[in-house]
Design a protein around this ligand. Structure first.
Ligand SMILES: C[S@@+](CC[C@H](N)C(=O)[O-])C[C@H]1O[C@@H](n2cnc3c(N)ncnc32)[C@H](O)[C@@H]1O
Length: 213
């Protein structure tokens, strides 16, 4: 965790101050994911790689019966997340913790056994061991619980010059689109659930998955 945490802290130490303003123009599909979460009454929802907690706050407002939890490997991002959450009217329903996506224990972090919804929003593309993070997330879903993922896609429907430029630019920020996300989730579905939705919206700019345990 130490190396990855230090890298994320270096990236976000200054970025976190302008993060929400700048990312709204290119982290597409986040609000659709929040809309589709549809957690059961009093359900627990976890975001892995929650960043500034922008999504957790929106999800808390959209789903007023839910309890929200967020983990992030960057202590810097969590400083901003805690400040922002603390200023909202939904603060008492959001709990944050410092943890690594590939190994965490909700009982130890939050005193809860599992979640009815878990999501990654533009997080998997920054996690080198993203396949392990998927396995870890699925293991903490309640029966019939759902994992939702939105992230950069393969940009198949977009011009080659745009695709090449975007990939080059993302690589500078240690972001790698996970071109085999669908294959990986189909493989995991054979073991532990069903891939109920896989989409490539915005000409493949993004990819969206919904997996049910
Ligand atoms: C691009 S930001 C996305 C933030 C937020 N999910 C959003 O949609 O605005 C990626 C986040 O993932 C976090 N992250 C990267 N690797 C992680 C890991 N191994 N475990 C937990 N969080 C991680 C980063 O610190 C960062 O806050």
């Amino acid at each position: 965790m130490a190396g990855e945490a230090a890298l994320m802290d270096r990236i976000y130490r200054r970025q976190r101050h302008v993060y929400d303003f700048t990312r709204k123009y290119y982290l597409l599909g986040r609000d659709e994911l929040i809309e589709r979460l549809d957690p059961p009454a009093a359900g627990r929802v976890l975001e892995i790689g929650c960043g500034t907690a922008r999504n957790l706050i929106a999800a808390a407002r959209r789903w007023p019966q839910a309890r929200l939890y967020g983990i992030d490997i960057s202590a810097e991002m969590l400083v901003t997340a805690r400040q922002v959450v603390g200023r909202t009217d939904v603060a008492r329903r959001i709990t944050l913790a410092h943890a690594d996506a590939s190994t965490f224990d909700p009982a130890w972090l939050f005193g809860v056994p599992c979640f009815s919804r878990i999501f990654f929003s533009y997080g998997l593309s920054m996690i080198p061991g993203w396949q392990d993070a998927l396995i870890e997330a699925i293991s903490w879903l309640s029966p019939a619980g759902e994992l939702h993922v939105v992230d950069f896609g393969g940009q198949e429907g977009l011009p080659a010059w745009f695709r090449a430029g975007l990939r080059h630019w993302l690589a500078r920020f240690h972001v790698s689109p996970r071109d085999h996300l669908q294959d990986e989730l189909e493989m995991l579905a054979g073991r532990a659930g069903t891939l109920i939705r896989f989409e490539r919206p915005y000409g493949g700019y993004a990819q969206y998955a919904q997996f049910r345990r």
